[in-house]
Design a protein around this ligand. Structure first.
Ligand SMILES: O=C(O)c1cc(=O)[nH]c(=O)n1[C@@H]1O[C@H](COP(=O)(O)O)[C@@H](O)[C@H]1O
Length: 276
């Protein structure tokens, strides 16, 4: 099964465009787990169990595990997600980008060590830094295109005078990903929910690619505008929310609160899709 087929299957089964982001910060854990990096797995597994039937995808952010020397907990979590929610794809948010020989190792880390279904990548170093990931059949790769942060403007909104039509850099990335770089249909793009006009522009250039769209929830992106700008029947959107779900409560009811927030966000997204 390809990553795209897996996404489409989860979308239909869970009636969801919501990606639950797993960015565990022990300092924000509830009492009993708080400040204890040895409990990262436990915290995340509770969130996964509370939201797995509502999610289109899960997205663990690798830095939140590595910073606490918690890679083995991430391995356990990947196994937990696979065992309990085998139909929900897992996007490892690693934002890698390096020369081909090193990229081969990063690809093995994501797909073989952690067993991820897809990974996030920076396209900054060009196609040979992306290609090693495409040698893993059925796996997906989301290229950073128009990111959700304000500093995304610094490079992504620069005009490329040397390219026909003088596109902005993010438009050029979208064109490459929809066309010549997408050898086996494995690519998608990352576009921030904080910039709906740019989501619309990317969707026009890349009508069929899956779009990973972070920025609703804690970053204040507009979920309804996001769906309106990005959703097409043949181009799925994966709308990520991390902190708003993870820390919906800092009490013992954090799992229930995460579920309530995931339900709420999923409903907003689905209503916007029905109206689109
Ligand atoms: O690639 C990403 O996931 C990503 C790209 C982007 O442009 N903006 C962005 O916020 N992210 C990630 O998405 C998550 C957003 O988290 P919240 O703001 O807590 O929902 C974090 O893990 C970010 O690293």
């Amino acid at each position: 099964m390809t990553f795209l087929e897996m996404l489409q299957g989860a979308q239909q089964r869970n009636r969801s465009m919501l990606c639950v982001g797993l960015d565990p910060e022990p300092a924000r854990f509830p009492a009993g787990l708080k400040d204890n990096a040895a409990r990262i797995y436990e915290f995340c597994a509770r969130i996964v169990d509370a939201t797995g039937d509502l999610a289109l995808a899960f997205k663990p952010q690798i830095a939140y595990f590595a910073a606490h020397r918690a890679e083995s907990q991430l391995e356990d979590l990947m196994r937990h997600m696979r065992a309990n929610f085998p139909h929900v794809p897992v996007i490892l948010d690693a934002k890698r980008g390096d020369i081909g020989s090193t990229a081969e190792q990063y690809a093995r880390e994501a797909f073989e060590r952690y067993g991820a279904d897809a990974v996030t990548l920076s396209p900054f170093m060009g196609f040979d830094s992306v290609q090693p990931y495409l040698k893993h059949p059925g796996k997906g790769a989301f290229l950073l295109c128009r990111t959700s942060n304000p500093g995304g403007d610094d490079l992504q909104n620069q005009r490329l005078a040397s390219v026909a039509g003088q596109p902005l850099l993010y438009e050029h990335i979208a064109r490459l990903a929809q066309g010549p770089w997408n050898l086996n249909g494995q690519l998608g793009l990352v576009v921030g929910a904080t910039y709906p006009a740019e989501i619309e522009r990317v969707r026009a250039i890349a009508p069929t690619l899956p779009l990973l769209i972070p920025g609703v929830g804690a970053q204040g992106g507009d979920a309804v505008a996001t769906v309106k700008a990005g959703w097409r029947g043949d181009g799925p959107i994966v709308v990520n929310s991390s902190r708003a779900i993870l820390y919906a409560s800092n009490g013992a009811d954090f799992g229930e609160a995460a579920r309530a927030e995931a339900l709420r966000t999923r409903a907003v997204l689905e209503a916007a899709r029905a109206a689109a």
